[in-house]
Design a protein around this ligand. Structure first.
Ligand SMILES: [Zn+2]
Length: 327
């Protein structure tokens, strides 16, 4: 077996992934709202063309792989993203998991061991099938797991999602990435919870760490073996890029180049912050920001080409390779 990572077009050698954006979204929606309260800026055919054209611009900038971390709870529609994948040279990587900061839908309250309807935990079945067989009959296999904590911390349903992700990870070796609210520093709880359940720290990316300027907290996560996602470049309504760059430079100078990954958490369309809002309020929040502005600024600030390659190519390739194939 070669060292391969699953993409929308099938397995790709991890050494061929190239420059990788490890935390992005193609389309963020909401199936029920999309049906009953359609967004006035949404048009599927236009959105598919917009995303494909955007990915082709990324290819011209040297980006070769984009990980779509749109999981359930964010309106994942893999067959729609397949239409995009057919129209671009960029490798798109699918993910599985569940995005909720507090509770799961009622279905999950009645299904699972010891619950009213019973049966095995549908989350474990879903995550495992998405990784081993394919997502919703498309044959597209997920290559990353995603879990969430936010301000509410480890609620019972959040713990259930994380437990299921740990089970799926142990079966498949697929890495786990997280959403965190950086200011509540719950990355510590995520790391402890997952490592207690048999997930090696070096298979975990604590996401949205770039929102934080608390370098003691960030060092603690990396010293614990995790990688951190400096993955919201362009979200200047949360923290200006200049401050995000300064933190990365500080940590590079301290020798943490092998524990950071860079991305934008951008989307070609999101109904949460639609294109008109983004254009007016977050003009740099797009997937070209790293190539056009941030990487040159890091190099100007003292980062080496070798460090940039580590952040953008080597770290994502190492993380995305299923763990059981690493040895
Ligand atoms: Zn995200």
């Amino acid at each position: 077996m070669a060292a391969e990572v699953q993409t929308f077009r099938g397995p790709v050698s991890s050494s061929a992934l190239g420059t990788t954006l490890i935390h992005e979204h193609v389309f963020v929606g909401h199936p029920e709202l999309d049906l009953d309260l359609p967004h006035p800026e949404w048009n599927e055919d236009v959105a598919v063309e917009t995303a494909a054209a955007g990915l082709e611009r990324l290819w011209d900038l040297g980006v070769r792989t984009v990980v779509d971390l749109t999981v359930l709870g964010l309106g994942r529609d893999v067959s729609r993203v397949q239409r995009v994948a057919e129209r671009t040279r960029v490798h798109l990587v699918a993910s599985t998991g569940y995005y909720t900061a507090d509770s799961l839908p009622a279905f999950f309250q009645t299904h699972g061991p010891g619950r009213l309807v019973g049966g095995p935990d549908p989350l474990v079945e879903l995550f495992t099938r998405d990784i081993e067989v394919g997502i919703a009959g498309t044959g597209v296999r997920a290559a990353m797991l995603k879990v969430v904590t936010d301000r509410q911390g480890l609620t019972p349903d959040v713990q259930r999602v994380m437990e299921a992700a740990a089970v799926a990870h142990r079966r498949t070796g697929v890495p786990i990435t997280t959403h965190t609210q950086a200011c509540s520093r719950h990355g510590r709880d995520q790391l402890a919870f997952l490592t207690e359940r048999g997930v090696a720290a070096n298979r975990i990316v604590i996401g949205h760490c770039g929102d934080s300027e608390d370098v003691d907290y960030l060092r603690e996560l990396m010293d614990g073996g995790a990688s951190i996602g400096m993955d919201r470049f362009g979200m200047e309504h949360v923290l200006p890029d200049g401050k995000r760059i300064a933190t990365v430079l500080t940590l590079l100078a301290e020798g943490y180049a092998d524990r950071m990954v860079l991305s934008h958490d951008a989307a070609f369309f999101s109904r949460v912050t639609p294109p008109s809002w983004r254009a007016a309020h977050a003009p740099h929040w797009n997937m070209e920001n790293l190539s056009r502005r941030i990487l040159p600024a890091l190099l100007d600030g003292g980062a080496t080409q070798e460090q940039v390659r580590q952040l953008m190519v080597l770290n994502p390739a190492r993380l995305l390779l299923p763990a059981r194939l690493e040895e």
